[in-house]
Design a protein around this ligand. Sequence first.
Ligand code: GTP
Ligand code: MG
Length: 198
Amino acid sequence: MKVNTAEFIISNSDVSKCPLDRLPEYAFIGRSNVGKSSLINMLTNHKNLAKTSARPGKTQLINHFKINNNWFLVDLPGYGYARVSKKTKEVFQKFITDYFEKREQLVCAFILIDIRHEAQKIDLEFINYLGEIEVPFCIIFTKADKISRVKIDQSIASYRKSLLANNWEEMPPHFVTSSLEATGRDAVLEYIDSVNQE
Ligand code: GTP
Ligand code: MG
């Protein structure tokens, strides 16, 4: 799929104020600094459509980007940022869970995982939470430019093991990406296109 147009529509912390269009949307979620905003820029071929930073905690709101006038990409704040209060860390921010529980237009969540790290408790908790509320999801491994091909395969195999140990029967659809090198761009866009056609 070609991305012809990508426009920022609105930021907010209230799911009821998200765009009213009945267009399908795809949300990016994961730990702070995992590369959610960078991935949105890579997929849309824009340098600064979504704001990125080397410091975790950059994205603070729900951000809607309309693609090809036909569907939305949604950039969300990260979770698990060490400098937020313990309480905020323990429970995912209310407006984020509201988004996942109430947003009818959401067709698929992409959970971003840094390919360099072992499965983290907070990610597995979030995956289990999405399972409970029956939101379909995929896994996107990020920052693949930082390790070798062999290590990438090892990381994915190890992630599969962790999910199986968490009572998941199989790996969900998953993608290996690098926003630096545009790795995985076509695969993710084709996946979205195929879901949009359903
Ligand atoms: P929050 O909004 O704070 O939750 O972070 P985020 O998940 O949106 O991460 P962001 O896209 O802002 O990127 C965080 C840092 O990781 C930035 O310094 C990016 O340049 C870097 N980064 C993101 N993706 C990649 C990648 O694929 N490869 C490399 N090498 N660095 C990346
Ligand atoms: Mg961000």
